[in-house]
Design a protein around this ligand. Structure first.
Ligand code: AMP
Length: 321
């Protein structure tokens, strides 16, 4: 029997644009079946196919882990997959550049796409399933009339303030993906700290039974947080970009209880020297991202930065205690 998923290299499925990636000789079903045994990863484009496939796996009591991504994968994503694989029987990675979470259409247009390389990386790390839906598949009713969520203060500070509508878009896609996959475990990166808090809140609002894991940020050797956007930096901008993690380290090293403003000022200067245009530098409560002006030295705190290097907007953060 044919598998429900579209295996990479299955040339008989015309809409499978990845047929070209790995060409498997297609002389007959027997031979094809022998070939697919050597392929581990299954690629689904349709929700209905994935749902059916998952139903069978869940009946067998297998634990499903889920890593949502927008592609243009790097070592940060791969770390999420590795963590997912170590805690799950089946790791599902979705690649979907979610149009409704881009408040700036130009940013959406410029979002890097490297699907063939992504698939290679996912296969290499042993991902069991890749889900690659179309926009129509995720938003069959189009983008009008989408639901909104009460995200409280999270939607008004930091990324929420600078990217209006962004977190509603994140929730809209995550509610659909979580509803479809119904994973036991969900893995997201601390790199997007505020996004993690938003998704935690979404999970509470919708009462989704899932274990949520926040995976620490993977960095380049010089400290720059790995990001799909880094590939848009010129060589000079790439050198400057390290100032963000340096500024965070400076805050981490120099923050003492009392007024937080002087240490924020030092960080701001460091960013300016590296030609960053800063959206925000904040020391905030780790639980809800409300700014901390006077730190008591005990409250769990996080430093967060968003700044432009040329046209590329980078974000990073560091837990302070
Ligand atoms: P994205 O494709 O940018 O939507 O990211 C997909 C997931 O990977 C999100 O949960 C991110 O927080 C996470 N992620 C992105 N960059 C890193 C990184 N450098 N280290 C760890 N996780 C990351």
């Amino acid at each position: 029997m044919l598998p429900l998923g579209r295996r990479i290299g299955d040339q008989r499925i015309p809409e499978n644009q990845f047929a070209k990636v790995r060409l498997i000789p297609q002389k007959g079903l027997a031979e094809w079946s022998a070939n697919v045994k050597t392929l581990k990863m299954i690629l689904f484009k349709r929700s209905a196919d994935l749902r059916l496939w998952l139903l069978e796996r869940k009946k067998q009591g297998l634990k499903i882990g889920f890593v949502p991504t927008m592609g243009a994968l790097h070592e940060g994503h791969i770390q999420l997959i590795k963590t997912c694989r170590s805690l799950s029987d089946i790791c599902i990675c979705s690649i979907f550049v979610n149009p409704v979470q881009f408040n700036n259409p130009a940013d959406f247009e410029k979002y890097p796409v490297s699907i063939e390389k992504d698939i290679e990386m996912l296969e290499k790390v042993g991902t069991e399933v890749v889900f690659l839906p179309s926009v129509q598949e995720i938003y069959p009713q189009g983008k009008n009339g989408l639901e909104t969520y009460d995200l409280g203060g999270l939607e008004r500070v930091l990324e929420g303030r600078y990217r209006p509508g962004h977190f509603q878009g994140v929730c809209q896609v995550m509610s659909r993906l979580l509803g479809l996959i119904q994973p036991n475990d969900l893995f997201m990166g601390q790199k997007d700290y505020q996004q993690c808090l938003v998704v935690q809140r979404l999970i509470q609002i919708l009462q989704i039974p899932v274990n949520f894991h926040i995976v620490p940020t993977i960095r380049e050797a010089d400290g720059l947080a790995q990001s799909s956007r880094n590939r848009r930096l010129t060589a000079d901008q790439r050198k400057n970009a390290v100032a963000i993690s340096e500024a965070l380290n400076e805050i981490h090293g120099k923050l003492v209880s009392g007024n937080a403003a002087p240490v924020l000022e030092l960080a701001r200067e460091r960013l300016e020297e590296a030609h960053f245009k800063t959206d925000y530098i904040s020391i905030a409560r780790a639980s809800d991202l409300q700014p901390i002006e006077n730190w008591d030295g005990k409250e769990k705190a996080v430093a967060l930065i968003a700044a432009f290097q040329g046209e590329v907007r980078l974000i990073d953060n560091m837990l302070l205690n």
